[in-house]
Ligand binder design. Structure first.
Ligand SMILES: NC(=O)c1ccc[n+]([C@@H]2O[C@H](COP(=O)([O-])OP(=O)(O)OC[C@H]3O[C@@H](n4cnc5c(N)ncnc54)[C@H](O)[C@@H]3O)[C@@H](O)[C@H]2O)c1
Length: 325
């Protein structure tokens, strides 16, 4: 019996797979190693993980027959569904990719889950579903009808598809809304990575919304602990925020990065970009009560961990350069 992690070669998926492996679970990593960012980074994340108890299927989640067969072959009993097209900006270039991976992909994974009679299904949603909501901190009971990015719209669709399937087929589902996750092995399209790369090269960094944004940055290990609790417990259907519950000003985030890189950033202050949500702040009371979730990592500690990884992870060929996105 194994636990399937879709998107298991991704930033969060590989960390979840690593944690499950370290405590003795059998894990099935599902990933198509797509080209949105360097597949080499994805390969590197899973390289040391694969072995007797961690298996890999290089399949596309939109291929229902392939997913169903993988679940059967590896006797999957629980699923963490993390595979998706992330980021808000890429939608201007390739909107269909969001619809395909996030909507059709989620539908095919949940259909295969029903077919395989899995015991528990955990889904990665996002704080971006709160869209234009003006009430902070964001609570799970707030309506989510005002997305400002296609990414958020497809995450809401994923949540709704899972709600319908949970009700129709009595599948236990937990929807986790992650708030800006960061740490070692982060996605290279995320601000922290882009900033670090540019500061290290002595290039200016783009600071959108003139630096007036504040985000609830959540350290990867805290997210992983919430995901594992949701997998171990089982709910009929729940939506739960996983954040740090401490919004941090973007300028403070950058200051921490400058401190640990030992270099000052040249900041290019720019207007907000379409799709950006400029404030996020999670209410995590429900996560505390239901998952015993207790995030402990301050941005200072988390950014220091990221910088330690970043300075070790050499990228001489510029494979992780995301300027083209
Ligand atoms: N990182 C964050 O701050 C954050 C915040 C909120 C929600 N999330 C959600 O968490 C999940 C993981 O995010 P991440 O930051 O690790 O992203 P990631 O891009 O690093 O990981 C996603 C993985 O899914 C794989 N994938 C994509 N489409 C696929 C398909 N059709 N078939 C098979 N594999 C496919 C990719 O190759 C990638 O390895 C996503 O669902 C994302 O929307 C992330």
């Amino acid at each position: 019996m194994s636990i399937a992690v879709t998107g298991g070669a991704g930033f969060i998926g590989s960390a979840v797979a690593q944690k499950l492996h370290s405590r003795g679970d059998d894990v099935l990593v599902i990933d198509n190693f797509n080209q949105y960012y360097s597949p080499k980074l994805k390969e590197a994340r899973v390289h040391f993980l694969l072995g007797d108890s961690v298996k890999l299927e290089r399949i596309d989640i939109t291929d229902y027959e392939a997913v169903k067969e993988a679940f059967r072959k590896h006797k999957v009993k629980k699923i963490v569904h993390l595979a998706a097209q992330p980021g808000v900006r890429y939608a201007q270039k390739a909107p269909e990719v969001y619809e395909r991976n996030n909507v059709l992909g989620t539908l095919q994974v949940v259909r295969a889950a029903i077919e395989s009679k899995v015991e528990n299904f955990v889904f990665a949603s996002s704080s971006s579903v709160y869209g234009l909501n003006k009430e902070f901190p964001s609570k799970e009971s707030q309506p989510v009808q005002t997305p400002v990015s296609l990414y958020a719209a497809t995450k809401i669709a994923g949540e709704n598809i899972l709600h319908a399937y949970a009700k129709m087929f009595s599948l236990p589902v937990t929807v986790l809304r992650f708030f800006t996750v960061y740490g070692p092995w982060i996605r290279p399209d995320m601000a922290l990575f882009i900033f670090a790369q540019r500061i290290a090269r002595g290039e200016p960094i783009p600071v959108y919304n003139f630096g007036k944004s504040a985000k609830d940055f959540t350290y990867i290990d805290d997210i992983v602990s919430g995901v594992i609790s949701a997998l171990d417990l089982r709910f009929v259907f729940e939506v739960i925020n996983l954040g740090n519950a401490v919004p941090v000003q973007l300028m403070e985030y950058i200051a921490q990065l400058e401190k640990y890189l030992g270099k000052k950033a040249e900041k290019q202050l720019l207007p907000a970009q379409p799709g950006d949500v400029n404030k996020s702040y999670a209410d995590i009371q429900k996560a505390k009560e239901l998952l015993n979730y207790d995030p402990k990592t301050t941005v200072s500690v988390g950014v220091a961990q990221f910088v330690e990884w970043f300075t070790k992870y050499q990228d001489p060929l510029g494979l992780l350069d995301m300027r083209e996105q």
